[in-house]
Design a protein around this ligand. Sequence first.
Ligand code: THU
Length: 146
Amino acid sequence: MNSTEKATPTDVELLEKAREAAHHAWAPYSSFPVGAALLLDDGRVITGSNVENASSPLGICAERNAAAHMITSGEVTADDGHLSQLPTILAVAIVGLKAEPCYPCGACRQVLREFNCQRVIVSVDGEPHSLDFDEILPNSFGPEAL
Ligand code: THU
């Protein structure tokens, strides 16, 4: 590895990033702050936290905010100025400050599936626990079906 390349973060480090993100949650209604950290195939780590709203159905989970951030901060490569390729999420780490482990909700599983998420990392007794994405969303529907 040359000095400008970054080492791939460990699962412990990804959980730490997710925990930091959880401290930026806006969760006054549930008091259930969550943070997510996405490790992308281009080496970037993108985080998100849950953002709730007084009009409760408008709240958005940490994982989906991270996925939206991943898209909006991605490199634009198409001529007409949009992302031309789906990013691949190598792993998502999730931390709920009030619950351990904190698994992604069903809606977030489907959104992560869109981006070929391969692994989920949660914290169990303070240690990283890794699951293959297929274990948490088997027989899933994705973009290749259309
Ligand atoms: N929440 C997440 O951000 N991610 C999950 O995977 C589970 C739930 C949020 C949604 C809501 O703001 C709060 O946790 C309580 O449901």
